[in-house]
Design a protein around this ligand. Structure first.
Ligand code: FES
Length: 106
């Protein structure tokens, strides 16, 4: 077996274990997610690409993906300005998209 084949085997989907399915709510709509994924990951999996607007009405979603840019802010269980890219989903979590008045930057 070549080293390339070995590398491909390590990267195959069979080696990834998905967390158990959980339910979250986004803007009043039930969504499924998986334990271990971030809010941003769950939103992107639904096809949602932006979930915040700047004061100039520019859409924002995930940009850096590592908690640095604050473009991905959402309100979680009533707490505003939570970074979706570094916050894991939890069973029953209530996520609200944000608009400029609630956001801290942009
Ligand atoms: S995408 Fe940059 S902080 Fe979340």
């Amino acid at each position: 077996m070549s080293s390339e084949t070995t590398t491909m085997r390590r990267l195959s989907s069979a080696n990834f274990r998905r967390g158990k399915p959980i339910a979250i709510n986004v803007d009043g709509v039930p969504h499924s997610a998986y334990e271990g994924e971030t809010i941003a990951g769950a939103l992107l999996a639904t096809g949602t690409k932006s979930w915040r607007h700047t004061r100039h009405a520019h859409p924002r979603g995930m940009f850096c993906g590592i908690g640095v840019c604050f473009d991905c802010l959402v309100t979680v269980n009533g707490t505003p300005n939570v970074r979706a890219c570094v916050t894991p989903v939890a069973e029953g979590m209530v996520v609200k998209t944000q608009h400029e008045a609630e956001a801290t930057n942009g």
